[in-house]
Write a protein that binds this ligand. Structure first.
Ligand SMILES: [Zn+2]
Ligand SMILES: [Zn+2]
Length: 147
């Protein structure tokens, strides 16, 4: 399947399609903390603050869009629920920045806020961080992923 968008590596010139996947939890929020793995083109998006009752109701067993169990999202939910306050169901629960490891290559994910500009991905061929993200396709929401 092609989306008609390709990116070029600035180091070796290899042309390839890159898809940036955003994984999140079913939590309504206005502002998010984002984490990024430039090797796997993966973004994790967690609320900065969310109404307490949504955190309290968050299921420990998260799934993807088609109901397939997702250990990674379940682990994120468990992390977020550590900040739940049963006595403050209608107040905002703040979710601080945390250390998240990429579910694919297990490297520590970078805080998106500190991300170097221009935003670059790792090239699949030469492994250098030389692929501008501009041409990448983006998938977000309850995306289907192996983890
Ligand atoms: Zn990764
Ligand atoms: Zn390259």
């Amino acid at each position: 399947m092609t989306h008609g968008s390709e990116s070029y590596c600035n180091s070796c010139g290899t042309r390839a399609e890159y898809v940036v996947i955003t994984v999140s939890l079913p939590l309504p929020a206005e502002q998010f903390n984002r984490y990024f793995c430039p090797v796997c083109s993966l973004i994790v998006e967690l609320p900065q603050a969310v109404e307490g009752r949504f955190v309290l109701q968050l299921d420990d067993n998260q799934t993807d869009l088609f109901g397939n169990p997702s250990w990674f999202r379940s682990q994120l939910a468990t992390e977020v629920k550590r900040f739940a306050r049963p006595d403050r169901a209608y107040a905002l629960t703040e979710i601080p920045r945390m250390q998240i490891h990429c579910p694919d290559d297990e490297s520590p994910m970078e805080p998106w806020i500190d991300y170097p500009s221009p935003r670059l991905l790792h090239c699949r061929k030469c492994r250098r961080r030389s692929v501008p993200m501009g041409g990448a396709s983006w998938i977000s929401g309850s995306v289907i992923a192996p983890w």
